[in-house]
Design a protein around this ligand. Structure first.
Ligand code: SF4
Ligand code: SF4
Length: 98
């Protein structure tokens, strides 16, 4: 029998999400930005400052500055999770040009 597909949990803000314990100590030495072939671009005019992208990003590559998300491209590996999870759909993944 095929397993049932898990229902996606949708959060409206980072405050709704469970507390996650993590350490970015080792990650800060690992400049994963070199892996990237697509990059996130955020349209701040549509951003609702929910913090979901910051919470979901698997690298230390989204900072929140004055409540606005800012991508640190030294660490962003271009996984696209932030764009997938953004409830306002204001992050698009575009081709990286180096
Ligand atoms: S593309 Fe991935 S690594 Fe880059 S900011 Fe988004 S979630 Fe983080
Ligand atoms: S970019 Fe999207 S996920 Fe990130 S804070 Fe803005 S609305 Fe939320």
């Amino acid at each position: 029998m095929r397993p049932k597909k898990a229902k996606k949990i949708v959060f409206k803000s980072a405050e709704e999400m469970p507390i996650m314990i993590c350490s970015v100590g080792d990650q800060t030495h690992n400049l994963t930005g070199a892996w990237r072939n697509i990059r996130p671009e955020i349209d701040l005019s549509k951003c609702i400052k929910c913090g979901i992208c910051w919470k979901f990003c698997p690298e230390p590559s989204i900072d929140v500055v004055d409540e606005w998300p800012v991508v640190d491209y030294d660490y962003c590996k271009g996984c696209g999770i932030c764009a997938e999870e953004c409830p306002a759909k204001c992050i698009v993944m575009v081709e990286e040009r180096r």
